[in-house]
Design a binder for this molecule. Structure first.
Ligand code: ADP
Ligand code: MG
Length: 233
């Protein structure tokens, strides 16, 4: 699903450049539930942004669903994102003046779907994350965990191949963290590839495979106890 070979990324900082990713190799197969662990500044978001076609790499190869990613303009990148990827962020990124239902329906609007149909599908996804009765509430009427569940429903609504989550539990307390991770696990059990960034060990342990990033290189890549029960071929 995601294959990376010798990936490098630097950012220009003034006259210098900051070398953030220093030759990463990573292969994530369809149906895996993988976390990237690393301390703040280790390059996790940089990696996820490249995988999510929100940023470009400098060197190396990136294959998404078998397709070599190169020379993408923003329009082509957007097409691939809409087709394959769903995003979840630490800060939820919900639109404050739209209801939970409208937030979930928004990606379908961008796909050109009519209002009645997209609200019907959005309602199904809200029910999937157990927020059916909250459909007409605004984000500021929801708890942090509920907001993240709305964001997850929004990520799922276009039926992507991969969910990319950048610190999805970073703003949540430990109990809510577990419920969000349980939801992601349930989604993975249904076959979705899920790729989570975290700097919290107990969050990473709830995934099936932990990739550790330090100073721009992968220092380990191992299946967890949960993952051994369900190793992806
Ligand atoms: P993490 O998500 O692991 O905390 P990031 O990938 O966000 O790490 O950042 C890695 C390094 O790259 C940090 O030193 C950060 O300051 C730098 N960085 C991230 N994004 C940019 C950017 N757009 N421009 C310049 N430097 C950046
Ligand atoms: Mg980050």
């Amino acid at each position: 699903m995601i294959k990376i070979e010798g990936l490098h990324k630097s950012y220009p900082i003034g006259k210098d450049s900051l070398h953030v990713l220093k030759g990463l190799d990573l292969h994530i197969k369809e149906g895996e539930f993988v976390s990237i662990m690393g301390s703040s500044g280790s390059g996790k978001s940089t990696l996820l942004n490249i995988v999510g076609l929100l940023d470009t790499h400098d060197e190396g190869n990136y294959f998404l669903n078998g397709q070599l990613i190169q020379n993408l303009n923003e329009k082509k990148a957007a097409v691939l994102r809409n087709k394959f990827l769903g995003f979840v962020f630490q800060s939820f990124n919900l639109i404050s003046y739209k209801t939970a239902l409208e937030n979930v329906a928004l990606p379908l609007y961008y796909k050109g779907m009519g209002r009645k149909e997209r609200l019907k599908i959005a309602q199904e996804y809200l029910e999937k994350v157990e927020l059916g009765p909250w459909a007409n509430h605004l984000p500021n009427e929801l708890s942090g965990g509920q907001k993240q569940r709305v964001a997850i429903a929004r990520a799922l609504v276009t039926n992507p191949k991969v969910i990319l989550a950048d610190e999805p539990t970073g703003a949540l307390d430990s109990k809510t963290t577990d419920s969000v991770m349980d939801l992601l696990k349930g989604i993975n059990d249904e076959g979705m590839t899920v790729f989570v960034i975290t700097h919290e060990e107990d969050v990473a342990e709830q995934t099936n495979r932990i990739v550790r990033l330090k100073d721009g290189v992968i220092i380990s890549d191992e299946y967890t106890k949960a993952g051994k029960l369900k190793t992806v071929k």
